[in-house]
Each structure stands twice: as structure tokens, then as C-alpha cells.
Design a protein around this ligand. Sequence first.
Ligand code: PLP
Length: 396
Amino acid sequence: RTRLAEWTDRVLPSPTALLESTVARYQREGRPVFRLGLGQPDFPTPDRAKQSAIQAIHDDFTGYTDTAGILPLRQAISKALRRDIGLEYGPDEIVVTVGGKHALFNTINTLCHPGDEVLIPVPYWVSFPEQVKFAGAKPVFVQTDEADGFKVTPRTLAPYVNGSTRLLILNQPNNPSGAVYSKKELAELADFIRERDLWVISDEVYSSFVFQPEGFTSIASFPGMRERAVVINAVSKAYGMTGWRIGYSAAPAEVSEAMLRLQSHTTSNPSSVAQKAALAAIEGPQDDQTVIREQYMARRDLLVEGVRRIRGLECLVPEGAFYVWADASDWLGRPVAGRPVATVDDLAAILLEEAGVAVMPGTGFGSPRHLRLSYSVALPEMQGGLAAMEALLGSK
Ligand code: PLP
């Protein structure tokens, strides 16, 4: 075996990327798949963003840019942050990155010392623990309950905090559970984080998909939190721009400067053309966001209703993002289509092979009991997938 770097023994491949490649293979082979597994919006990039990118190419805007991203984009992000979460960040406190994932990578590798402990509420987005491990820090998984809506509280966090605890990764709206925190819950968490002298990474990439009337609130917006918070967002989910790879971090200047140093030796600036597209998306009229949110809310209701009809599946009504987090534990140990189901991974494989429905097993998100179904697909595909699942698993 080739002698590879030490981290290769610790860091696992991304299960979502693996599912994507299996689904792509099915499609190449001409087998129909209902894609309820993937985490990308089904609406296209806004025209203004496409036109801006095309114009950028015609204008030869194709050289290196500022490592932190072009100033107009950082100014537009600054304005959007003021509008959306009520916080002031100067352009020198914003780093434009190659997607939200890269902003997280910069942040974790800038804030963590080897051996630091990082609190990760379960269920979590698959890349959090792997990025933490990559940085030489230790993921500490904080269990949540369905009864608490899969949210952490000071009470549930406290037992996991010790002298090595450095930060909490708070992702809300949550992938995969759809949990959204109320202002009151966030205020309590913020008090706890300040009292324990922790930092928080607020992963807000689904902030435009919040269905509760109260809307979205950032934990960074509570008193004394801005100086111990890094806000992460991206154009990926909000504007149907996953492939353009533009995200950003907003953090106190000292942290942003260090992240910029890391970025200057790794990726440099994200694509100049993609930055122009992101600028147009962020700066333009935001009316589409409301339309999309309403569509997604209607789909959510249909998916929840459909899942609750299927034998052996239960779920809460998610308040944000675009996933339903379904408890499938009734199926564990019971055969489906004559095939044994020992794990949710078996169940997901059977659903794909026997019913042509792609869903994500919960294992990579920290739950051996759940399946994640996405409603970021057009209605006919969602309904087809639900019907195929119901035909295979049966009705209640
Ligand atoms: N954070 C969460 C919770 C996500 O689900 C994702 C993408 O799936 C990301 C970050 C990364 O987004 P991007 O595609 O902008 O890198």
C-alpha cells in the first residue's frame, strides 16, 4: 500500500457523493430513479446570474481576483447580512469561498487546535465530523431527541462540555432534520455559549428555506455573540447555484484574516465568473425567494403526508431546509421484498434496487434509524417516488 498522509486513516468518503454517483450510473444505464436522496434545489440559477456570468466571460473578467473575493461581492454580502440577520460585517470580515463547504473548512482549520473538542448535534450534516477530524480536532456528538424537535439545549449540551471544548457547530435550518430554532431557544443557547466561553459556527446555508412564521434568526445576532461566531452561507441552495461553488464566511476581522491566509495558499479566489454570477443573484430582486419558499412548503406538506402513509415510517413536520427525516426503525430486522434489513443502509439499497427510489440512509448523518428524503424535486418525481415506496413497503 502507498504510504498516505495520516488523516486518510481517519477521514471517511462523503456518503452523499457516493449516492450521487450510484444514481448517475442508474441513469446512464437507462433505469428510472426517483431522486429523493439529493440535496440540491430543482429550480434553475436565476437569469440575472447567468447573464452576469456570460457578460463576465465576454468582458474577459477571467483573471485572478482578490483572494477574499471581489469587493462588490463582499459589499453585497455585507448588505445581505445586514438585511437578513441584522449584523454589520465589513468587507474585510467576509471571505468568499468555493462553496459553503470550503468556508466551513477554512473556519474549522482556523479555529481548532489539535485535540480541541467540537460539539456536533446529532443528526448532523455528513461533512462536519470529517472536517473536524481533518483539522486534528475531536468531534463530540451531542444526541438530540425527537421530543425536542432534534434540537440541542443548554441542558443537553452541558454534559458534553469540558476544558477542551472549543466550539459548537450549529446548523439551522438543519440538514437532515429540518429543525429550526426559535428566538427564545437561540437566546438560551447564546447565554450558554458565552458563559462557557465557546465559539459557534452558524451554518445558515438553508436560511432561505424557513417555513415557520417567525422566520430565520442567526445565533450570531444575540448580544456578545458576533465576536465568537462565524456565519457560513452560500448561494448554492438559496439560488439554485450548487455547481457554481460560491459560499462565504463572515467572522471577526482577526479570524477572517487568518482564514484568508489559508485560502491564499490553497484555492486562491473562487472562480471569477462564478463570483459575478453570485453578485447578480445576491444583489438582484429577491421576490423569487418567497415564491420558492411557498412551493417548497407545499411540497413539504405532501411529502410528510406521503411518508406518514407508508408502513413503518414516521416523521415530524420539518420547519426548514428541504428534507424529511423519517424514522424507519420499525423495518430493522424485518425483511423487505424477501431481503433482510439489518440496517437503514440495507433498507436504502433495497428501496433503490427494488423500487427505483433513491433516499439517503441516516448512518452518515449520525442516525442508524432514519432515512433522509429530499423534497427538492419536482412534484411528479416526488409523487412517483412515494407511490413506489408505498407499493414496496405497504400502507398503514
Ligand atoms: N452546510 C450544509 C448543512 C449543507 O447541507 C451543505 C450542502 O449540502 C453545505 C453546507 C455546503 O454547501 P455548498 O454546496 O455551498 O458547499
